[in-house]
Design a protein around this ligand. Structure first.
Ligand code: AMP
Ligand code: MG
Length: 495
């Protein structure tokens, strides 16, 4: 039941509001004193059938900050729970966000339009309901970078300023709202919210809604709960394997930040690693390294076990049988993840065939890089040149290049058994090993300048990250590792 579109082009069809009454609170965004669209993702706006010119007006800014809901919107704050750093909060919910509504994009896909920083809601607890410019632009940049890397992610539609000063860390910052687009905002924590309250009928509605939205082919399958669990495990496994392949550290893999759609969601203290170190942690609040780079697959499995628990009532009428079925699915995650990771690594290593020893070969490179100061991104990127006979760029990554040479010998021997001509292999490798990632020092510089009113560095970085695999003349600085001063870089949660 799509509403007619307004001047902005929103043709809302709000299934969450319609089908899931009781799962949210209808709510309005806060008034913004002087809303302005700072950046609009015009390509994405067009994909959604929106009119970029209309959105870039003051009226558009009111719509994109939540100050004035556009025609057909049914803004609402969603209820969800979540395990945060292992501890369960039975009620989190959208404390500073609103689902404005859903639209159907040009490919027929349903997409949520969601506002972050739109004011207090009944779920705000002690929070002010606001967001500020730095973190909003950070999520914009990181999400768009991930999208360009072909990794499933929510995307930024717009970054708006509200004209309001917001207190953060005893300082005033510019209030801002991120309008983002997602395949849905169904979280592991959404299921946990109802499971914790023992609301089985609500859980069943949620499960059916999730299946209708993300796996419509499962609607009439016997044992659909089991299939939903299996599919969700598969999507997360693929997602985390892709994160690992680009050195991405999410930083706050709480169950409320894990989406059933399989998209990366809620960019807070996330960052890309420079030097390879499996223990890499960026978030200042992650003191025990729970969400360190190498822990991500294990944490994903743990989160998915929490999802499985919520589905137990639907897996079998017999409690033991339900637990048995759920456990078998969760146990299978490790093997599934290893296969997904190996597929990512095979592509990164330029392999088109499979051999028993490939897992050890991929691990061997990582082991060789460890403690050598090797830049994760640039080491992998250099492999295409090695495949063409130039070993200098790989050697340059290592404090002790001989360690790289031992591994390289084994890899080249393996390539000799893989039937691809070197040029084609190098081209394929350069399509999966990025040259440009959002390096921390560049992101910080861009956000610092934006806070002072200079958007040029942000725009340039965004533009370079839009084509991360294509070398561009004059952009050498964007491919360089961070200076020494960034060795112990920390990110802050960005509320
Ligand atoms: P996050 O760390 O952004 O995933 O948020 C975790 C929870 O805290 C969610 O329920 C958010 O809605 C809530 N939250 C984060 N920041 C704020 C804020 N400034 N005001 C109100 N709620 C917030
Ligand atoms: Mg969150």
């Amino acid at each position: 039941m799509q509403t007619a579109s307004d001047a902005f082009g929103f043709a809302f069809d709000n299934s969450y509001a319609r089908d899931l009454e009781g799962f949210y609170v209808p709510w309005q965004g806060a008034n913004a004193p002087a809303p302005q669209v700072l950046r609009l993702n015009t390509a994405l706006a067009r994909e959604l059938g929106l009119n970029p010119d209309a959105l870039q007006t003051t009226e558009g800014a009111k719509a994109l900050t939540g100050a004035q809901a556009p025609q057909g919107a049914t803004p609402l704050a969603m209820a969800y729970a979540g395990h945060q750093f292992g501890g369960f909060s039975p009620q989190l919910g959208d404390g500073r966000a609103l689902l404005l509504g859903e639209v159907i994009d040009h490919e027929g896909q349903r997409r949520d339009i969601h506002l972050k920083g739109s004011g207090r809601t009944p779920f705000s607890r002690g929070g002010d309901g606001k967001a500020v410019l730095g973190p909003v632009l950070r999520e914009y940049l990181m999400g768009e970078a991930m999208h360009a890397l072909h990794i499933p992610t929510t995307r930024a539609l717009a970054a708006c300023t509200t004209g309001e000063a917001v207190l953060r860390d005893a300082r005033l910052a510019q209030g801002a709202v991120l309008a983002r687009v997602a395949a849905s905002h169904l979280r592991v924590g959404t299921f946990q919210f109802f499971a914790a309250r023992g609301e089985i009928d609500e859980l069943r509605r949620l499960m059916d809604y999730t299946i209708a939205r993300h796996h419509p082919d499962l609607a009439d399958t016997p044992n659909r709960a089991l299939h939903l669990l299996r599919r969700t495990l598969a999507r997360q496994s693929e997602l985390i394997a892709q994160w690992m392949g680009v050195g991405f550290v999410h930083g706050v893999m709480n169950t409320d930040n894990m989406a059933l759609s399989g998209e990366t969601i809620d960019y807070g203290p996330c960052a890309f690693m420079d030097q390879y170190d499996p223990a890499t942690v960026f978030s200042s609040i992650d003191r025990n390294g729970r969400y360190a780079y190498a822990n991500q697959p294990g944490i994903a499995r743990w989160n998915l076990a929490r999802l499985a628990e919520t589905l137990l009532p639907f897996l079998s009428e017999d409690d033991d049988a339900a637990i048995h079925a759920a456990t078998a699915e969760i146990d299978a995650f490790t093997e599934r993840y290893e296969a997904d990771w190996l597929a990512v690594m095979r592509a990164k290593l330029g392999l088109t065939t499979a051999e028993e020893g490939d897992f050890a070969l991929a691990h061997g490179l990582l082991k060789a890089m460890e403690g050598q100061g090797a830049d994760f991104t640039n080491s992998f990127r250099s492999l295409a040149d090695v495949a063409l006979g130039d070993t200098s760029a790989l050697r340059a990554q290592f404090t002790n290049p001989e360690d790289a040479m031992d591994w390289q010998e084994g890899w080249l021997a393996r390539l000799a058994r893989d039937p691809v001509v070197p040029e084609a292999r190098a081209t394929a490798m350069n399509c999966v090993n990025p040259l440009y990632i959002p390096r921390n020092h560049l992101v910080e510089a861009a956000l610092g300048a934006a806070n002072s009113g200079d958007m040029a560095p942000f725009d340039q970085l965004l533009s370079v990250l839009a084509t991360p695999f294509t070398q561009r003349a004059g952009m050498e600085a964007f491919a360089r590792p961070a200076p020494e001063s960034f060795t112990n870089f920390r990110t802050f949660c960005g509320t």
